[in-house]
Design a protein around this ligand. Structure first.
Ligand SMILES: Nc1ncnc2c1ncn2[C@@H]1O[C@H](COP(=O)(O)OP(=O)(O)OP(=O)(O)O)[C@@H](O)[C@H]1O
Ligand SMILES: O=c1ccn([C@@H]2O[C@H](COP(=O)(O)O)[C@@H](O)[C@H]2O)c(=O)[nH]1
Ligand SMILES: [Mg+2]
Length: 272
């Protein structure tokens, strides 16, 4: 029973319609979020089977997962767990930008002003940092955390890196929960104050959601529901969320032959 509930929460069927690719960060949101559907394990099995015939992760191209969600939705927290559990390289776009600021470069001065305002750094700067970090990591599985932030970012990445992501994991966290977490984060970030948080939330809604809609229309989005994202008492179990979102792909990457080899046996009680 728990598996049925879990599948229903976590796996969403991609809509069949396609979305137009907006060409700049100024475009507003579309309405193509993944729709709710009760799929359960047979759907997971289908997904796995549909991946099984591909290259198994053995080609030169790394497997790319974009990890998206609003500010404070738990992207960084979950990516750390996924990286540990599944051997992904974790590249946080925000961390790369903060690293550039810390380096004292001229670019860093521009970046810090943009981050304080909750705005989006020019695509060519961010994509170049990501491209270099991907190259340096030499990993065959990469999590790109917090990127692309807008359609222009997405288009620039696809043009410069020459790839689409294999999947997009979307943490759909309620806004009040995100605000509470950011105000309590205490990491000395220049953008964790209520004024900037409000701006970041607006930018997320107007510019980042269209990117999620776009990938949703291409069948790439694995949404982690509001219910799970906001479940405090399951903070330590949230890797299980990532397991479910990523399991079919990780199984493919590890060359596992059947679904029974996948890490899906994590029980979330009925009560949540
Ligand atoms: N499931 C959870 N329950 C409670 N707190 C959480 C949970 N997940 C993350 N947090 C806490 O919320 C804060 C924000 O989490 P995190 O830094 O992972 O978010 P993020 O999506 O990376 O945010 P940003 O976009 O600002 O980088 C952190 O202090 C983290 O410890
Ligand atoms: O691709 C990106 C990623 C981040 N930014 C800017 O950095 C801050 C903080 O990012 P986090 O992912 O929350 O650490 C974000 O608000 C943007 O200002 C960016 O421009 N492009
Ligand atoms: Mg983060």
């Amino acid at each position: 029973m728990w598996r049925r509930r879990l599948g229903a929460f976590l796996l969403r069927s991609p809509p069949s319609s396609s979305s137009t690719a907006a060409s700049s960060c100024q475009h507003r949101r579309h309405h193509l979020l993944p729709r709710e559907e009760p799929p359960a394990l047979n759907r997971l099995a289908r997904l796995f089977t549909s991946q099984a015939g591909s290259d198994g992760g053995n080609s030169q191209k790394p497997f790319i997962a974009f990890v998206l969600g609003g500010p404070g939705s738990g992207k960084g927290t979950q990516c750390t767990k996924i990286a540990l559990d599944f051997g992904f390289a974790h590249l946080s776009a925000g961390d790369l930008l903060r690293h550039e600021i810390a380096s004292g470069s001229e670019k860093g001065e521009l970046i810090v002003d943009i981050i304080k305002e909750g705005r989006i750094v020019p695509s060519e700067i961010t994509v170049e940092l990501i491209r270099k970090a991907m190259e340096a990591s030499n990993a065959n599985k990469v999590l790109i955390d917090g990127f692309p932030r807008c359609e222009e970012n997405r288009i620039a990445f696809e043009r410069i890196v020459g790839r689409e992501p294999d999947i997009v994991v979307f943490f759909d966290c309620p806004e009040d929960e995100m605000v509470k977490r950011l105000l309590g984060r205490n990491q000395g970030r220049v953008d964790d104050n209520i004024e900037t948080i409000k701006k970041r939330l607006k930018v997320f809604e107007s510019l980042n959601i269209p990117v999620i809609d776009y990938y949703s229309s291409r069948g790439k989005v694995r949404k982690v529901s509001k219910l799970f994202c906001s479940a405090h008492s399951y903070a330590n179990r949230t890797t299980s969320i990532s397991y479910i979102a990523l399991t079919p792909f990780v199984a493919k990457l590890n060359g596992k032959a059947s679904l029974s080899n996948c890490k899906i046996s994590i029980c979330i009680p009925e009560s949540i």
